[in-house]
Ligand binder design. Structure first.
Ligand code: 2AM
Ligand code: CA
Length: 267
C-alpha cells in the first residue's frame, strides 16, 4: 500500500463532509424516488449522486483502491484484498425522504479485510462520527468514552418491528422474553445511526436479522473500538462481503443476550 492511513483518512473526512453539504442543498429540491427490491426499499437521485460523487473522488486520488457501494457504481468484489471503501451514500433512505433526518452517510475503509477507518455523518445534526483503529472514536472533535458493562435489565435495545414480525427466523416468540426484560426498545430506521447510538451509549444493543455490508462497515468499527461486541446472531464473526444477521452490544450484554435469549434460534 502506497498511501498512509493518515492520508486516506484526511481525504475520506473531507469528501464525506462535502457529500453532506451536497445532501443539505438537496433538501430544498424535489427528489426523484424509485423502488428497488420492493415498494418500501427506496432509492433517490441523491443516493445515486452521492455515491457517484464519493467514487469519483476516490478513483481520481487513489486509483488502486476498490469500492463496494450500495447503489452499484463501485466494483464487483469477491474479496476484501487491498484497500476497500465500503459506502452507503444514504443509510436510512426512507427517513431521508420522509423526515429529512435520522439518516447518515456511512463509509468504512478496510485494508486486506481489516477495518481501519469508519465515518458516519449524521448530516441533519452536523455530527461526524469518526474512528481510526487504535486511535479512539470521535463525534466531531469530542472523543467518546469506552462503553460500560451492561445488563439486559438496564438496557435499551434497538429492533426493527417490521423485520422482527416478518422474519422467518427471528421469531417474535423468541424475542418476546428479551423485549419484556429490557428497560426499553427503540427503532430508528438507519443501521448506521443505530450502531453509532450503541457506540455513544444511547442504545445498549442492536439486533437485526439481515443487513448488507455497507449498512455496518463503519459502525461496527466504532462499537468495537470502544469495547463493544459485534457478531451475527449466532455469535460468529461478521462477513463484510455478504449479508449478515447482526447482534451489536455494549460489553457484558452480548453473552447474556446470545446465551439467554437467542440460543434456540435457527439462524
Ligand atoms: P438503507 O436505508 O440504506 O436502505 C432500516 O432499518 C435499515 O436497514 C437501514 O439501514 C436500511 O438501509 C437497511 N435496509 C433496508 N432494506 C434493506 C435490505 N433489503 N437489506 C439490507 N438492509 C436493508
Ligand atoms: Ca442506502
Amino acid at each position: 500500500m502506497n498511501n498512509s492511513i493518515a492520508e486516506i483518512n484526511t481525504y475520506a473526512k473531507k469528501w464525506v463532509l462535502a457529500a453532506g453539504e451536497r445532501i443539505k442543498e438537496s433538501f430544498s429540491k424535489t427528489l426523484d424516488i424509485q423502488a428497488k427490491s420492493n415498494p418500501n426499499d427506496l432509492v433517490t437521485n441523491i443516493d445515486k449522486e452521492t455515491e457517484q460523487f464519493l467514487i469519483g473522488k476516490i478513483k481520481e486520488t487513489f486509483p488502486s483502491h476498490r469500492i463496494l457501494g450500495e447503489e452499484g457504481f463501485g466494483d464487483k468484489l469477491m474479496d476484501l484484498s487491498g484497500v476497500v471503501w465500503i459506502i452507503d451514500p444514504i443509510d436510512g433512505t426512507m427517513n431521508f425522504i420522509h423526515q429529512q433526518r435520522n439518516f447518515a452517510i456511512s463509509v468504512g475503509i478496510y485494508i486486506d479485510g481489516e477495518g481501519i477507518i469508519g465515518l458516519i455523518y449524521d448530516v441533519a445534526h452536523d455530527e461526524l462520527y469518526h474512528v481510526v483503529k487504535g486511535q479512539g472514536v470521535y463525534m466531531n472533535e469530542k472523543e467518546l468514552p469506552e462503553l460500560r458493562e451492561r445488563k439486559v435489565s438496564e438496557s435499551i435495545i434497538a429492533l426493527n418491528a417490521t423485520w422482527v414480525t416478518e422474519n422467518r427466523r427471528l421469531k417474535p416468540e423468541l424475542l418476546a422474553p428479551l423485549v419484556r426484560n429490557v428497560r426499553g426498545t427503540r427503532s430508528y430506521g438507519s443501521a448506521a445511526m443505530e450502531l453509532v447510538y450503541v457506540a455513544t451509549g444511547r442504545l445498549d444493543a442492536y439486533i437485526t436479522p439481515r443487513l448488507a455490508p455497507w449498512d455496518i462497515a463503519a459502525g461496527i468499527l466504532m462499537v468495537k473500538e470502544l469495547g463493544g461486541i459485534a457478531t451475527d446472531l449466532r455469535g460468529k464473526s461478521l462477513n463484510l462481503i455478504k449479508e449478515n444477521s447482526v447482534l451489536v452490544t455494549a460489553p457484558g450484554l452480548h453473552q447474556e443476550i446470545l446465551g439467554g435469549y437467542l440460543k434456540d434460534g435457527n439462524w
